[in-house]
Design a protein around this ligand. Structure first.
Ligand code: HMG
Ligand code: MG
Length: 298
C-alpha cells in the first residue's frame, strides 16, 4: 500500500535557480519563497552557502535568508558544503542544512572539488556543529543512479555513501538522480541501498526530469514506501556540474499525481501554480510544469 501522506521539499529557489544564467534579483527569490509557503509548502530549500565564484547566482544567500518572512511550521533549509559555508549559514539561522556528496568519484571532484572520502571528512565537523546548534542535517547523494562522467552507478556505491553519512551523524539522506537517467526499478534499487542504513521516513527521492522519467520514479518510490520528495516549482533548474541536466520534477506535477492517488500533501495546487507562474514570468521563460501549462491554458 502507498503512503497516505507525502512531504514535498520545495527546492526551486535553490536547485532551480542556481543554474540560471541571468542574475535573479533577491526580491524575486524572496517573493517566490513567500508564495511557496502560502501555497502550503512546509519545507523549502532557500539557498546555498557555496563559493560565489563557483555558483554566482547563490551569492545573495544571506540577503535572501534575511528577507524571508518566516512562517511558523515551515522549515527553511540551506546547502553547506564545508565549515566556511556552515559559519556563514549559521548567522542566518536555517532550520536545516544539507551536505551534498556523491556516489560517483568524478562527480564529487567536479561538483565540490574533492574525493568522496575527503567530502565526508569535510562534512563531519559541519554535521557536528549543526547538531550542537539543534539544526537538522540532511545529506544529498548525487549521481545515485547514473553519472555524467562515469555512466551507470551501482547501488553498492549508494549504500557506501549512505553508511559514511550515517557514521558522521547525518539524519536523513536524499537519493538524487542528478541527470535524470533513472528508470523505476533502478531507482528502487538505489533507494533500497540507502534504506540499508536509514529508516524509511529518513530517505527521500530527488529526481531531475532530464529523460522524462521523474514522475514514474516518484511512483516507484511510493511503492517502496518513500514519502518525502524534493521537487521544484514549474520544474525550475538544472545542475551547473551536470551539463544538459534539466530541473527537478515539477512540484505541480507531483502534487497532481499524489492528490489523484488520494495522498495528502497539504498543498493548494492553484496557489502553487500561481507561484510557478510568478517565477517563470519573472525569468521570461515558459512554464516547465505540464500540469501548470494545462491549467493555465484553460
Ligand atoms: P574549493 O575551491 O575546493 O574550496 O571549493 P577551498 O576551501 O579551497 O576555498 C577556495 C576559495 O573558495 C576561497 O576563496 C574560499 O574562501 C572560497 P578565495 O580565497 O579563493 O577568494 N570558499 C567559499 N566561499 C563561500 N562559501 C563557501 C566557501 N568555501 C570555500 N562555503 C566548494 C569547495 C565546495 C566551496 C566549491 O567547490 C563550491 O562552492 N562548489 C559549488 C557546489 C555547488 O553549489 N553545486 C551545486 C549544488 S549541489 C546540487 O545541485 C546537487 C543536488 O541538487 C542533488 C543532485 O541533484 O544531485 C543537491
Ligand atoms: Mg539537484
Amino acid at each position: 500500500t502507498l503512503p497516505t501522506h507525502v512531504t514535498l521539499v520545495e527546492v526551486g529557489p535553490r536547485d532551480g535557480l542556481q543554474n540560471e544564467k541571468q542574475a535573479v534579483p533577491a526580491a524575486v527569490k524572496i517573493e517566490l519563497v513567500h508564495r511557496l509557503q502560502a501555497a502550503g509548502l512546509r519545507e523549502i530549500e532557500v539557498t546555498s552557502f557555496v563559493s560565489p565564484k563557483w555558483v554566482p547566482q547563490m551569492a545573495d544567500n544571506a540577503e535572501v535568508m534575511a528577507g524571508v518572512q518566516r512562517q511558523a511550521g515551515v522549515r527553511y533549509a540551506v546547502l553547506t558544503p564545508n565549515m566556511q559555508g556552515w559559519q556563514a549559514a549559521a548567522l542566518t539561522q536555517p532550520d536545516e542544512i544539507v551536505v551534498f556528496g556523491a556516489a560517483s568519484e568524478a562527480f564529487s571532484q567536479r561538483n565540490i572539488n574533492c574525493s568522496i572520502a575527503e567530502s565526508i571528512e569535510r562534512f563531519a565537523p559541519v554535521v557536528a556543529a549543526a547538531r550542537a546548534a539543534g539544526v537538522k542535517v540532511r545529506g544529498a547523494i548525487s549521481c545515485a543512479v547514473g553519472c555524467p562522467y562515469e555512466g551507470d552507478i551501482a547501488p553498492e556505491r549508494v549504500a557506501l555513501v549512505a553508511r559514511l553519512m550515517k557514521e558522521i551523524g547525518v539524519a536523513h539522506v536524499g537519493v538524487a538522480d542528478t541527470i535524470g537517467v533513472g528508470t523505476p526499478r533502478r531507482v528502487q534499487k538505489a533507494l533500497e541501498a540507502a534504506l540499508l542504513h536509514y529508516p524509511i521516513n529518513e530517505v527521500s527521492g530527488h529526481f531531475h526530469d532530464t529523460y522524462g522519467q521523474a514522475l514514474s520514479n516518484v511512483y516507484a518510490s511510493l511503492e517502496v514506501g518513500i514519502s518525502t520528495f524534493d521537487t521544484s516549482v514549474s520544474g525550475l533548474g538544472g545542475c551547473p556540474y551536470a551539463k544538459g541536466a534539466t530541473g527537478n520534477v515539477a512540484t505541480e506535477d507531483v502534487v497532481y499525481l499524489l492528490h489523484g492517488l488520494g495522498i495528502s500533501t497539504g498543498i493548494n495546487l492553484d496557489a502553487l501554480i500561481d507561484a510557478g507562474a510568478f517565477v517563470r514570468d519573472a525569468l521570461g521563460q515558459p512554464n516547465g510544469s505540464r500540469v501548470a501549462r494545462a491549467v493555465l491554458a484553460k
